[in-house]
Write a protein that binds this ligand. Structure first.
Ligand code: MN
Length: 235
């Protein structure tokens, strides 16, 4: 079969650097868990009862990826651009209907992530029963640090914290996740055939808030690493 030629250049392979390796990790899909810390669910006005609920998810296009350290333009059509600091799980092996006990075998590593959100548009959509895409699938809104290889490791504790211009905003611990890493991989893989390069943003703790042009975000997760983002002028 002949190799096609294209009318214009195809999209790039979206990728992230990996600590200690020369190769980049090719990114497949970006999954995001909603409301996975009780105190954040409460601040959003939507408390979670784990006994009667399952996790829920949304996705963003891989083209929204930005590497930590970048300067991104303050996005259009929002007056309330929010930070959400999150642990990112990197899938390293295919999995469908993965048992919780087998979840660790599907982990390649972890990263720090920021799920930047047009909060005004997300809440307006939520309250009208509309999709969240305009609030969440924002260009340059999926910020990720270098990937840290930790094959087979289930992180179950460690401080997660971030600041804006040096002022503390979000601080919690991975042990506060409502659905832990194994539970998320088991549940998400009931819906999707997970693939190497899938990233799972595991949800944000309380303390989300707005950023403005000129702001600098710094975050860290104990045992994983650090993340930085500069918010540039509005486009
Ligand atoms: Mn989030």
């Amino acid at each position: 079969m002949s190799t096609p030629t294209y009318l214009w250049n195809p999209p790039p392979v979206y990728s992230l650097p990996v600590r200690g390796r020369p190769e980049h990790l090719a990114v497949n899909r970006l999954f995001f868990v909603g409301r996975n810390y009780h105190a954040h669910a409460v601040e959003m006005g939507k408390p979670v009862d784990k006994a009667s609920e399952r996790p829920f998810y949304f996705t963003k296009a891989p083209s929204t990826l930005v590497l930590s350290g970048a300067t991104v333009a303050y996005p259009p059509e929002t007056q309330n651009y929010h930070h959400e600091m999150e642990l990112v799980v990197v899938i390293g092996a295919p999995g469908f209907r993965v048992a919780e006990n087998d979840a660790a075998a599907h982990i390649y590593g972890y990263a720090c992530g920021l799920d930047m959100t047009r909060r005004d548009l997300q809440l307006a959509a939520r309250d009208k029963g509309r999709p969240w895409d305009l609030g969440k699938d924002v260009e340059q809104s999926s910020v990720v640090s270098e990937i840290v290889p930790m094959p087979g490791v289930l992180l179950d504790q460690g401080e997660l914290a971030m600041s804006v211009n040096g002022q503390p905003r979000q601080k919690s611990d991975l042990n506060m996740l409502i659905w832990n890493i194994a539970e998320l991989i088991a549940d998400l893989s009931k819906f999707y055939h997970l693939q190497p390069g899938d990233l799972i943003f595991t949800g944000t703790p309380e303390g989300v808030g707005a950023v403005l042009p000129g702001d600098r975000i710094d975050g860290h997760i104990a045992g994983v690493g650090e993340i930085t983002l500069h918010v540039g002028a509005a486009e």
